[in-house]
Design a protein. Structure first.
Ligand code: SRM
Ligand SMILES: Cc1cc2nc3c(=O)[nH]c(=O)nc-3n(C[C@H](O)[C@H](O)[C@H](O)COP(=O)(O)OP(=O)(O)OC[C@H]3O[C@@H](n4cnc5c(N)ncnc54)[C@H](O)[C@@H]3O)c2cc1C
Ligand code: SF4
Ligand code: FES
Lengths: 122, 840
């Protein structure tokens, strides 16, 4: 983890990486300290779109593996989604909702560029 | 029968087989449960199951998936189900049935007891390991007996006998079929057909003995049993399955004095009533017009008639009569097509004239039996190719006037194309599904009532939910009817492109579009998705062969292609270096071992003659590949929809039988086509002689050495739906072989659907194998050279994707587990088993 911060109760903005670490129209994974402890997040970068950056759980609840960042991104009916690379369930990038199973939602975090730096609020 | 509504009439059904269950469904559907209190007795412990597909019990289906219904369904409709309770007598005077558990009163009774396998009265037929093939329990017994057996014999070479033989083969027994008659399937085929069938079945390694009457079965010397035939010849085997015909289970009827047929069967009339009007009979136990119907479709029609009879008792419906049924069948036995329509032998139609077509090379036989005036089809017989069946059946069943030259119906398509009967030509009354008696009119009515796709039509009419034999015809009809109503049958690849894969391929080729973003901008919309992106990635790679690791292509790939390794269930990857033709030097073997040790990888020999290293962490992949490439390995594309392996046998260099250098050819082929991306994966094999140790006939492209060169086979498949490859061209030189494979593969890449293996593509190809031969061998479309050129371009631009990636720091950035931490993912936990690591 980049910051050794212990569990904090309030969300803070943290620096994750730079634009060069991202892969356009695809995902990478990063560690973040969240209010619930350290977590693996998947960062997706859609250059040129209204919202360019998304941060969503890297953990795939269906397979139990940490792989979401390695899924294919696209849209379903205009809403950006990622398909889990293992069993191919789709998740909305905006709110983490699984399209195949109502009861499953991934966590999402606000994330944005500050210049070329990628910052997340967690 | 006039009973007050409050007091229900007691209806007992004996037998919970396919027909007995169908009767219950019919009664429930028509509201007969208002009138009748129904009790069903079944001797088997299982609820009614799909006996027609019984053999699938050996190929992966379990009892639950074969079940036709659930106990809940019975309970929900107030039908009492008493399984594992055999009815032992009918007391007609008292109006009761008797079981070991008690006596039960009935007002009306239905016999649906089916039939039992006939076991010829041969001394020794009751020895341990002498079995039959009728019920789930029978199959369990066969499976158990097969465990300690190496050989098996089926007594009886009819339909069910051959099915049983296939099952024994599937249980890895050396299998033989012993038939009393001089040919196989004497009921369905004639002498020529029987001979052809024998050749085909022997070619599968099943021994066929015809004209053999077994005299006795005694202790064997080398095996458990010895069968002694009429000529004192003997055959030894560990397991015997009797499949010598079926007999109606009519003992209850006989004992209670109902009228019986001379050779068994309970006599029924058109309303399924026996000689006692309180008692009905349906299914294989019933004898109608002196015939027993040993198929499920007539049984279902009897069930319908019986339900109508039972309701007519209340004056609520007109009884519908059972009017006899068609015994036409089409089957695939041991992978061999056999079809029989109407009076296939022509011995029931005075003055009938026959047309015969025999192709000894392709091993196909077809026969037409035509009425004396030459205008109607009265019967037909097919061996080797059932694609003719649907059309012929329609001519027969709907009495459609034959074309001027009836022979054209069975001649191979080619010169003069056979006039296939399109859905248009069928009359409204044409039966589409005989299991559920659904006509073209019923299908059209369902569509007019709002069914807008195949699934809805099936749900509405039940068509194609019985034996499944009508599936192809139903689909063509539904598509045709929808299209003629202006409903567009949507063949778009996904919501982002209103094009099929083939159309996208053509667009990419013609417009020279080299990236997904350009394609979607010009011809689609949105971001794309996990369906169109990999499909387009594959098209682009087949056309231009740019590295899939290039920035423009990276986001299109499935995770396996992105990381050029196969993702495992715990998020780690497997690494499969190419081992062309399966030939590997000791030095390279040592390197594989060292790499596996260093990175703690689980190793396994694959089914594709190479070595798989499992459990590699994402961030270790580049280092692993650095070492492998250093030692001369290349990527094996185990992750891609692309050329996988060319399996080889050792061939003439070592083998005493080999006639060509199969390893050398396999290596050449593997180097030529490695890296080629296609709609689905491609597998090849080369055998050094006809013993076929490389199993080339199960591959997309199979090559078998001959004295004079190479025989080429295409469109085989293992996997979920195995299909034998078909012989495509013979005695080819090396150059001819490459040329035809080039053309064949490029034509497949150009025209197949996404994720369609060559076998499935071949089956959907209009015009079939003959058409494919015309295009590839005779160049009927004039595209031969173009296809070769396109293939050569792919060959010339090949580069090892891993070599490209590890020399490019930008590309290597991708192989980090986390962009802000270099430690591995702590959630990947392994444990040790048999001396190696595996996911915990
Ligand atoms: C490793 C191997 C099994 C083994 O331990 O031997 C294997 C493993 C996988 N097979 Fe296979 N197949 C392997 C040989 C086969 C064979 C045998 C052969 O090639 O001779 C077959 C049947 C032949 C055929 O394909 O016609 C086979 C039929 C399948 C199928 C079913 C294909 C079909 O058309 O029905 C799939 C599923 C698919 O491709 O959609 C599949 C899919 C897979 C996948 C990719 C499933 C997945 O997505 O994780 C497995 C992952 C491989 C990995 O992680 O490395 N595998 N698979 C074999 C690798 C061979 C190699 O050296 O590349
Ligand atoms: C391996 C195999 C493959 C087949 N393939 C095809 C095919 O491709 N196409 C086709 O059309 N047909 C096929 N058939 C035939 C088809 O299965 C039968 O026509 C159909 O099952 C007949 O139904 P039924 O209800 O009359 O008899 P069954 O399904 O045999 O049911 C009769 C039931 O009654 C029970 N019973 C009998 N006596 C009593 C009693 N005294 N008390 C209580 N219960 C009793 C029996 O145990 C049995 O469960 C195949 C059959 C087999 C075995
Ligand atoms: S296929 Fe023929 S040449 Fe090849 S190993 Fe088998 S027997 Fe020998
Ligand atoms: S003919 Fe059997 S399902 Fe239609």
């Amino acid at each position: 983890m980049t910051t050794a911060a212990a569990k904090t109760m309030t969300r803070t903005w943290q620096l994750l990486c730079t634009r060069a670490d991202l892969v356009p129209f695809s995902g990478v994974a990063a560690w973040v300290d969240t209010t619930d402890g350290p977590a693996q997040v998947a960062l997706f970068y859609l250059p040129g779109h209204a919202q360019e950056l998304y941060a969503i759980d890297h953990h795939d609840p269906f397979s139990g593996a940490n792989v979401i960042a390695r899924g294919i991104v696209g849209d379903i009916k205009g809403e950006p989604v990622v398909a889990s690379p293992i069993y191919k369930q789709h998740f909305h990038l905006t709110d983490g909702q699984c399209l195949e199973d109502d009861s499953v939602t991934l966590r999402t975090w606000p994330v944005s560029f500050k210049g070329d730096e990628v910052w997340i609020e967690a | 029968m006039n009973t007050a509504h409050s007091e229900k009439v007691q209806l007992i059904i004996i037998g919970n087989g396919m027909v007995g269950h169908h009767l219950v469904e019919q009664l429930v559907e028509r509201g007969a449960t208002e009138r009748y209190a129904i009790t069903v007795f079944g001797e088997e412990r299982h609820l009614a199951y799909d006996r027609v597909h019984l053999s699938e019990y050996f190929s992966g289906r379990d009892a639950a998936s074969l079940a036709l219904s659930t106990a809940d369904y019975y309970a929900e409709h107030g039908v009492t189900l008493r399984l594992a309770e055999e009815v032992t007598a009918i007391d007609r005077d008292a109006g009761e049935v008797v079981t070991p558990q008690g006596r039960y009163p009935y007002d009306r009774l239905v016999l649906a007891t089916g039939s039992y396998p006939f076991v010829p009265p041969i001394p020794g037929n009751d020895r341990d390991g002498c079995l039959v093939y009728r019920t789930l329990d029978d199959l369990d017994a066969i499976r158990a007996a097969a465990e300690s057996a190496t050989t098996g014999v089926v007594v009886g070479g009819g339909l069910l006998g051959l099915e049983a033989a296939n099952a024994l083969r599937g249980l890895n027994l050396d299998t033989a079929v012993v038939e009393f008659a001089p040919r196989l399937m004497p009921m369905q085929v004639d002498h020529e057909g029987g001979e052809l069938l024998r050749e085909k079945i022997e070619a599968l390694g099943v021994q066929v003995l015809t004209g053999r009457a077994t005299q006795e079965i005694v202790d064997g010397q080398a095996s458990r049993h010895r069968m002694v035939f009429q000529d004192d010849k003997v055959l030894e085997t560990d397991l015997i399955v009797f499949s010598a015909g079926i007999r109606p289970r009519d003992e209850l009827a006989r004992d209670s004095g109902l009228e019986m047929g001379e050779r068994g069967g309970v006599v029924i009339d058109d309303r399924c009533l026996t000689s006692d009007p309180a008692i009905l009979a349906v299914g294989e136990v019933a004898l109608w017009n002196n015939s027993i119907f040993g198929l499920v479709a007539p049984g279902y029609q009897m069930a319908k008639a019986a339900a109508a009879t039972l309701l007519a008792a209340f004056g609520e419906t007109e009884g519908e009569a059972f009017k006899g049924a068609d015994m036409s069948t089409k089957l695939k036995l041991l992978g061999v097509d056999v079809g029989s329509i109407g009076d296939a032998h022509g011995d029931r139609t005075p003055g009938a004239r026959m047309f015969r077509f025999l192709d000894p090379l392709k091993q196909q036989y077809r026969k037409l039996v035509v009425s004396s005036d030459g205008r109607r089809l009265v019967g037909a017989m097919l061996v080797g190719d059932n694609s003719y069946y649907d059309t012929l059946l329609q001519y027969y069943a709907n009495r459609i006037e034959l074309p001027e030259d009836p022979a054209s119906l069975i001649l191979p398509a080619g010169g003069e194309a056979a006039p296939a009967l399109g859905p248009d030509a069928l009359p409204e009354t044409a039966t589409i599904c005989s299991c559920h008696n659904v006509t073209k009119g019923d299908v059209c009515a369902a569509i007019d009532a709002g069914a807008t796709d195949l699934g809805a039509v099936k749900g509405e009419t039940k068509a194609s939910t019985g034996c499944g034999g009508c599936a192809a015809l139903l689909k063509t009809l539904v598509d045709h009817e929808l299209e003629s109503r202006g409903v567009e049958v949507d063949k778009s690849i996904c919501e982002h492109f209103a094009h099929t894969r083939q159309e996208l391929y053509d667009i990419v080729r013609v417009e020279g579009i080299k990236t997904f973003s350009e394609l979607i901008e010009k011809h689609g919309h949105g971001l794309g998705c996990d369906i169109c992106k990999p499909a387009v990635a594959s098209i682009l790679a087949s056309c231009f062969n740019e590295p899939i690791t290039d920035a423009a292509h990276v986001p299109l790939q499935d995770t396996n292609d992105t990381f050029m390794a196969n993702m495992q269930k715990n998020g780690t990857y497997s690494v499969v270096p190419r081992v062309p033709g399966g030939e590997i030097t000791p030095d390279k073997l040592v390197v594989l071992g060292q790499v596996a040790q260093k990175y703690a990888l689980y190793t396994k020999i694959t089914g594709g003659q190479r070595i798989d290293l499992f459990g590699a962490r994402l961030e270790d992949l580049p280092a692993i590949w650095g070492e492998l490439i250093e030692a001369g390995f290349e990527t094996g594309h185990a992750y891609g929809k692309s050329t996988r392996t060319v399996k080889s046998c050792v061939g003439s260099t070592w083998c005493r039988y080999g006639v060509q250098d199969s390893v050398g050819m396999a290596i050449q082929l593997e180097h030529r086509y490695k890296g080629l991306r296609a709609p689905h994966k491609l597998k090849f094999a080369v055998s050094g002689c006809t013993r076929e140790c490389a199993e080339a006939q199960s591959k997309d492209v199979g090559v078998i050495a001959t004295e004079n060169g190479w025989n080429l086979y295409v469109c085989g498949n293992g996997g979920m739906r195995p299909r034998h490859a078909e012989l495509f061209a013979t005695d080819l030189s090396d150059e001819e072989l490459f040329r035809y494979i080039d053309r064949f593969l490029m034509f497949y890449i150009r025209t197949a659907d996404r994720l369609q293996r060559t076998s499935v593509w071949r089956e959907s190809l209009e015009g079939g194998l003959d058409y494919l031969k015309q295009v590839i061998l005779e160049d009927s479309l004039g595209i031969g050279e173009e296809l070769e050129r396109q293939m050569q371009a792919v060959v010339d631009t090949y580069e090892c994707e891993w070599a490209g990636a590890i020399s490019d720091p930008e590309k290597l950035k991708r192989f980090r587990s986390f962009v802000n931490d270099s430690r591995p993912d702590p959630d990947i936990i392994t444990t040790s088993e048999r001396g190696q690591l595996r996911p915990a």
